[in-house]
Design a protein around this ligand. Sequence first.
Ligand code: ZN
Length: 197
Amino acid sequence: MHSPEIDRLIQYLGRLPGLGPRSARRAALHLLKRRDSLLGPLADALAEAAEAVRTCSVCGNLDTRDPCSVCADPGRDAAVLCVVEEVGDLWALERTGSFKGRYHVLGGTLSALEGVGPEDLNIAGLLNRARRPEVTEVILALNATVEGQTTAHYVTDRLAECDVTVSRLAHGVPVGGELGYLDDGTLTAALKARRPF
Ligand code: ZN
């Protein structure tokens, strides 16, 4: 019922996370109705990003420069490396503005089920960086999932050969959270990770 051009637009939009066929059709229609204010500028932005954005060869971040702006910033603490699963996690931590060290993106988690082994992740690169004399601490900021924690244990074992302190993010009661609404796992983790008051 559509022209091939419109069908193709809907198909590609449907591959975006969170967009099913129905919302892809809505998005396509929305774009086509706003040709000058949205569709054209979006097409330009996509072309520019495809042309200019690279993966940082040091940490795995996405940026138009390599090394990325975080790795190239002399004001950041080179002694602390924060290990994350994906670039989105790095962006989330950067949004807080509370971390002033450097990052290392693994590119996923270990998963026997999906056939992801250590050689599929950027673990060798992490060990190379952690062996550098200026690095003293590695923070594992991995997801509190089974895969995330399995990966954290594996990485911790491998880091034993490097002269670094390994720490991980605290698990527990979220800021503003009410105990009655927490799941059992979170509450148990918070109890175990209690601190002197
Ligand atoms: Zn970088």
